[in-house]
Design a protein around this ligand. Structure first.
Ligand SMILES: Nc1ncnc2c1ncn2[C@@H]1O[C@H](COP(=O)(O)OP(=O)(O)OP(=O)(O)O)[C@@H](O)[C@H]1O
Length: 866
């Protein structure tokens, strides 16, 4: 093996399973399996190093294309190690020294070129013990670090909320749900990295604290802390740069947030469309009119966990209302915010020493926008705007210094200088003067020499090897003065130097060199100044993000004519002229038909069964209700004329499970598992949206299941529910259940044609028009006609004498506390729940005995007995 290949293998071993990019001259090369993988993913040509038995597959690309190749590899979920030449090849004795300079993986990106500005990029770590799971997550590009403990059953939902791009798990465990494999990179770490003691030590050392109590962690947070320890361990191993910007860790307490599970997020297309996983056509794309990446990321956070606390929701609504009603204010703020850079990510680069002069000038320009922004939000009515105002710290000393020091258009590196303004530093001005003066002298010297010798086209040039030289074409060779020393011969010319030229060259070069080095020192000073203000700047960045999100919601509300929803503690859901927020924007203006919703108010039914033909708009309608509710609780106004929403604790939405095949489970099984979860976890305060549940099995099974599911929700949970179905039989439920109402979508028949009116009206649908829709879709005429015949026959056989479906289960009424055998196993006796809730420590022995008698009596009663 050549010494270089030896070097390669050492580097390869040191970077584990990462693909290694090995710098050779102007190229990055990949070998063996890495070369094969990369040629497949990046479409690079596969060549071979050596021939015959020793042939090694090899592929490579020019070094300046590193960013684009890195982005592609990372996007595909690979880890990538970069091995660079760390000494100047010209100076190298023997083989050039190389080192791994970075190991990148999807969760550890910090380069702007590899990150999406509008989305947070999280690295997560999980571990699970018993029925609990610890999750920690960090956004390395901003230093935001959180950790929390959750019921193990919520692991998948929490990961769906966080949406990490990489997740660490302990080797040999399989805590992560299978279907997440393609969604984010699963990185196995040794079990010890998740150890409790190791975590305490690492975290305390990093944050320079005695214990993590100061951050608010408690004994019950052990799993969270262990997950956080695993993250820190991984970062220390893979990040060669400093982690100084990671300055605190926040315990995540799941209070006052609406729980939204993974399927609901997907079904409602909150951030990705179901069909092609795009952002366009989702709720976030409608909501996000932010001017800064920080605002966009915060908006995504707000949408990921809407508020469940009425007071907090009111605070956001107050601010949005104030902004919405003040167009000039919104405009001024939006304009000022458009000039605000991504302060959070900039600060990370500053504190980790990776900031460029341009980064510092962006910090300066952002600070320049603050006085105007702060003045505009001063003495506003809404409390939230007041808080934002007080958190914006102008940091005038930082701003003034940056503004005075840096030129308008700063370069991306410090290498060539040229970023400090003239007049900022006297010493620098002097050196620049010297260098410039030297250059002027050289120009004069050339003119004089040219005059003296009569060589008109004498040129002064500069290169790294000879420094300044005089170039004379061969035609004038005979006129060259004797004191010119020839240094280099070209094809048509000769290059000369003179002692005088050399003397000035020395002055110019050393002044240039000194100026650059001084510029670097001044730059470092500025960087330290920003770094010293990092905490205040971080707080300011957070306030700007909030303001940006609120302005975005305010302008959206104004432009799309939204209303302020009334949020209270009732269980009402009343929407007048509600619109689907996405279709409202994408459909041609005025074509979307608004619809009302009334559920769960006093004397109102809380379960709505929506029947109606295919294509009528059932799915659109029920999703719209879910989306409006989520928007309202995240603090947005809603696309409706009026809305009253009794605060919701969980939203469940299930729509056709057709995209679930990738999970490797039967569609029907998935549908039932998810429905089971709703039935087991929804509360009286939840909102349930079911679209054609039970469709994936035989009609009789499907109807029976759908029927009993609605009964269960009605009797046992009592929450606001919208159930869209093709089973018209379900309409009969309204007769046997007190709080079920029927809705359908109006349709007009006209000349053998069907016109969908998209208007939701009371009552049940009587026809499906499925065969009609099939015709629209291009099913051959013969098939269609034959289907009509069969339909007629079937209807004959399955209708009773009144012309109603024979599939109509009888039902005995059960009061809520009845013992029933339910779909998902026998239910518990209410006494069990009483025992579970009983506060035993507060009972005297006598009380306890009486309770026991009471429970026994209850258990001995027959069902229904008082
Ligand atoms: N309120 C509305 N106003 C205007 N167009 C609408 C409205 N609701 C739905 N539509 C249009 O009708 C199309 C079909 O709607 P949707 O998918 O909700 O029907 P559906 O009744 O659920 O159909 P299926 O039962 O076949 O799933 C939508 O793509 C949309 O373009």
């Amino acid at each position: 093996m050549t010494p270089m290949m030896q070097q390669y293998h050492e580097a390869k071993n040191a970077c584990g399973d990462a693909i290694l990019l090995f710098r050779m001259g102007d190229f990055y090369e990949l070998f063996n399996d890495d070369a094969v993988t990369a040629s497949k993913i990046l479409g690079m040509t596969l060549t071979s190093r050596d021939k015959g038995e020793n042939a090694t597959p090899m592929a490579g690309f020019p070094h300046h294309q590193l960013d684009s190749y890195l982005a592609k590899l990372i996007q595909q979920g690979y880890r990538v190690g970069i091995c660079d030449q760390v000494e100047d090849p010209k100076q190298a004795k023997g083989i050039v020294k190389r080192e791994i300079t970075r190991i990148l993986s999807p969760g550890t990106l910090t380069d702007d070129s590899l990150l999406s500005p509008k989305e947070s990029n999280y690295l997560a770590a999980v571990l699970s013990e018993g029925d609990q799971a610890g999750i920690s997550w960090i956004e390395l590009s901003t230093g935001r670090f959180l950790a929390g403990v959750f019921p193990a059953s919520r692991l998948a939902d929490e990961l769906a909320r966080i949406a990490p791009s990489e997740c660490l798990l302990s080797e040999g465990t399989d805590v992560l749900p299978k279907h997440t494999e393609g969604k984010f990179l699963h990185t196995q770490r040794p079990a010890w990295a998740f150890g409790g003691k190791a975590a305490d030590e690492k975290l305390s050392k990093h944050f320079e604290v005695k214990s993590l109590d100061g951050f608010g962690f408690e004994e019950s947070d052990r799993l969270a802390v262990r997950a956080a320890g695993a993250i820190l361990d991984y970062l220390q191993e893979t990040q060669r740069g400093s982690l100084e910007h990671v300055q605190s860790i926040v315990p995540y307490r799941q209070t006052n947030a609406v729980e939204i599970d993974e399927s609901t997020r997907r079904s409602l297309e909150l951030t990705r469309t179901i069909r092609d996983q795009r952002r366009d056509g989702t709720l976030i794309a409608v909501l996000d009119r932010c001017r800064t990446p920080m605002g966009s990321r915060l908006m995504a956070d707000w949408l990921a966990s809407p508020l469940a606390d009425v007071e907090q929701i009111h605070l956001r609504h107050d601010a949005v209302e104030e902004l919405m009603n003040d167009l000039p204010l919104c405009e001024v703020l939006a304009e000022a915010l458009a000039g605000v850079y991504d302060l959070q990510r900039l600060l990370t680069r500053v504190t980790t020493g990776r900031a460029s002069p341009r980064d510092l000038s962006f910090v300066g320009r952002t600070l320049g926008k603050l006085p105007r922004i702060k003045a505009k939000v001063t003495s506003r009515k809404s409390k939230l705007l007041g808080e934002i105002e007080s958190q914006i710290d102008l940091c005038p000393e930082v701003h003034d210094k940056l503004a005075a020091a840096l030129v308008e258009d700063c370069p991306l590196t410090t290498a060539d200088g040229g970023f400090i303004q003239d007049g900022y530093d006297a010493k620098l001005d002097e050196l620049r003067g010297l260098a410039a003066g030297g250059k002027q002298w050289i120009a004069n010297y050339q003119a004089e020499e040219s005059e003296k010798s009569g060589i008109a086209n004498m040129k002064v040039g500069f290169n790294k090897v000879f420094g300044y030289y005089i170039e004379i074409t061969n035609t004038h060779r005979d006129k060259v003065p004797a004191y010119f020393h020839r240094k280099q011969t070209l094809k048509n010319a000769e290059r000369y130097i003179t002692p005088e030229l050399k003397e000035y060259e020395e002055k110019v070069l050393s002044a240039d060199e000194k100026a650059k080095s001084l510029e670097y020192d001044l730059f470092a000073e500025l960087r330290e100044l920003v770094q010293a203000a990092a905490d205040r700047l971080r707080q300011t960045a957070a306030a700007l993000a909030q303001l940006d999100s609120l302005v975005s919601l305010g302008t959206l509300a104004r432009d799309r004519n939204y209303c302020r929803p009334k949020i209270d503690e009732t269980t009402e859901l009343a929407i007048v002229d509600g619109r689907h927020p996405v279709l409202d924007v994408t459909e041609e203006a005025g074509t979307f038909i608004p619809n009302d919703t009334t559920l769960g108010g006093e004397d109102e039914d809380f379960v709505a069964i929506i029947t109606g033909p295919n294509m009528a708009g059932k799915s659109t309608y029920i999703r719209q209700v879910g989306l409006i509710t989520i928007m309202a609780q995240m603090g947005s106004f809603v696309p409706a004329r009026e809305a009253t929403i009794g605060v919701v604790d969980r939203v469940f939405a299930r729509v056709g499970a057709s995209d679930e095949l990738s999970r490797g489970q039967s569609t029907f099984m998935v549908e039932m598992t998810e429905t089971a979860r709703i039935l087991n976890t929804a509360t009286e305060r939840s909102l349930v949206i079911l679209d054609e549940i039970g469709r994936g099995t035989s009609t009789y099974d499907g109807v029976s299941l759908a029927w009993s599911i609605v009964e269960f929700i009605h009797d046992r949970i009592g929450c606001r529910t919208l159930f869209a179905t093709h089973y018209h039989e379900l309409a009969d439920l309204s007769q046997s259940l007190d709080h079920v109402t029927n809705l359908n979508v109006a349709v007009k028949e006209w000349d053998d044609k069907v016109i969908f009116l998209h208007k939701i009206v009371a009552g049940a649908a009587d026809k499906s028009y499925g065969i009609y829709v099939a015709r629209l879709a291009g099913i051959p005429h013969d098939v269609n006609e034959r289907a009509k015949q069969i339909l007629a026959q079937l209807e004959q056989e399955h209708l009773d004498l009144d012309g109603r479906s024979k599939i109509r289960p009888k039902r005995e009424r059960h009061p809520k506390t009845d013992l029933q055998l339910t779909l998902f196993g026998p239910s518990e006796h209410p006494v069990v729940d009483e025992i579970r809730q009983a506060d035993l420590s507060g009972l005297t022995p006598l009380d306890a005995f009486q309770k026991l008698i009471h429970w026994q009596t209850e258990l001995k009663k027959k069902p229904g007995e008082k």
